[in-house]
Design a protein around this ligand. Structure first.
Ligand SMILES: Cc1cc2nc3c(=O)[nH]c(=O)nc-3n(C[C@H](O)[C@H](O)[C@H](O)COP(=O)(O)OP(=O)(O)OC[C@H]3O[C@@H](n4cnc5c(N)ncnc54)[C@H](O)[C@@H]3O)c2cc1C
Length: 397
């Protein structure tokens, strides 16, 4: 028998790393292949939901991550001009999670913590700069063919997790369709050290924002604010010229001095999913399996939930259970991705992109009705915090 009694994981993003760390906790060795020679520092996730923090706690990394961010007990929909708002307090779900709040902390802060955890456990063979180009499998094994330091290499294992993100080579190697669509308009993200919290006392840590001319969100991080903007009606995308950015920022709060901008990026938004997460010995997780608009902060969170579920199934298979458990993984996680992750992100995006003042008023009134009713409010928070989706998945046998 070949000495391949391990899991090969392609991609050391949050999903690949969590898969490796969870497998190691069950005593299962893995080979982790990452194309990039270093951890990326691009602007991506910053919202982490309560059950994800519970999971990070179980692998012993939550405290270190929480220290680097801001705890946000409330989120709200706010009209920045009228200051009308409707607020939801996550303490309403304190009996359902050990972390009844959102953490606002950059994804790139989580990565070194997870890498360190993977390194010290002794069961994760990490290969940075190993770009996987093709996957092959037979009845017993699966092999990732990669290029590392200009040389071809092959890494074999009993199973392979494709956690290589939206452009997944694993998914493409399998010829799986990525069904769905790309939204017509991009979203623009701008970060600024300006202390909005000192000027707009109605703000909380997580704000979904309207102004007469704009729609977007404002998230408070440790030492900056993240402001997102959708294109205005009739506009293709928000142009990232200094003038345009300045006028958008002045739309949040008019001030005589220009805003200092740290980073800016425009990104395309997709809603796509594969028809099946499993093909033989190969399983997809995270963005490799599904991509969604960031509104509501569900993509990385959902991917981490995939990884924890999948690592549990793989550990049980290594201990002798049937690998039909991998089909159970798809049956549990795919419907949740469709109904809770993709559908919710889409609804959030559509709701925020209402421009008609009457329609916005109707949404405010509707949301206020929910906030005023403790039971409805709790149900909504269980859903938006992703606890409901995890329960639905656990109920599937
Ligand atoms: C602006 C923005 C804001 C967001 N905000 C949120 C948020 O607040 N909350 C949230 O939950 N989600 C958010 N998301 C989504 C979140 O960033 C993604 O869902 C998350 O990164 C997915 O993790 P992943 O590990 O599946 O994939 P990735 O993070 O993309 O990691 C994949 C890894 O695989 C590696 N790789 C790729 N190809 C290969 C190959 N051929 N060989 C080897 N390695 C390879 C890549 O280098 C990468 O390191 C946001 C996204 C964006 C763009």
């Amino acid at each position: 028998m070949r000495d391949w009694n391990c899991v090969v994981i392609v991609g050391a993003g949050p999903v690949g790393l969590i898969s490796a760390v969870c497998l190691a906790q069950s005593g299962i060795p893995s080979i982790l292949l990452e194309a990039s020679p270093t951890t990326p520092r691009d602007l991506r996730a910053s919202t982490v939901h309560p059950p994800t923090l519970d999971m990070l706690d179980e692998i012993g990394v939550a405290d270190d991550y929480i220290k680097l961010g801001i705890i946000t007990e409330c989120w709200q929909l706010i009209h920045l001009r009228t200051r009308e708002r409707v607020r939801f307090d996550l303490s309403a779900i304190k009996d359902h999670t050990r972390h009844p709040y959102r953490l606002q902390c950059e994804q790139y802060n989580l990565m070194p913590i997870l890498f360190e955890r993977a390194r010290v456990c002794g069961l994760v063979d990490i290969h940075l700069g190993a770009e996987v180009t093709e996957i092959t499998q037979d009845e017993d094994w699966v092999v990732a063919h990669a290029t590392q330091d200009g040389e071809p290499r092959a890494f074999g294992g009993r199973y392979l997790v494709g956690a290589d993100g939206a452009h997944s080579i694993v998914r493409r190697s399998l010829g799986l369709p990525f069904e769905g669509f790309t939204y017509d308009h991009s979203t623009t993200l701008i970060t600024t050290p300006f202390r909005f919290e000192n000027e707009i006392p109605e703000l909380v840590g997580a704000n979904y924002t309207w102004t007469p001319l704009d729609a977007g969100s404002m998230f408070r991080l440790r030492d900056e604010w993240r402001c997102t903007f959708y294109p205005r009606p009739g506009e293709a995308d928000v142009e990232l010229t200094d003038d345009v950015i300045e006028s958008r920022m002045q739309g949040i709060l008019t001030r005589p001095a220009p805003y200092s901008v740290r980073e800016k990026r425009t990104y395309k938004i997709h809603q796509r999913i594969v028809p099946d997460y499993r093909q033989g010995r190969i399983v997809l997780a995270g963005d490799a399996a599904h991509v969604t608009p960031p509104t509501g902060g569900l993509g990385m969170n959902g991917g981490i939930h995939d990884a924890v579920n999948l690592a549990d199934k793989l550990a049980r298979i290594f201990k002798g259970e049937s690998d039909g458990l991998l089909d159970l993984y798809t049956r549990q996680r795919r419907p949740v991705a469709v109904a809770e992750i993709l559908a919710q992100s889409h609804q959030n995006r559509i709701r925020m992109q209402l421009w008609d003042p009457e329609q916005r008023k109707e949404v405010m009134t509707h949301m206020r009705g929910i906030a005023a009713d403790p039971e409805r409010s709790k149900q909504m928070l269980l859903r938006t915090s992703m606890i409901e989706g995890l329960r639905q998945a656990a109920a599937v046998q």
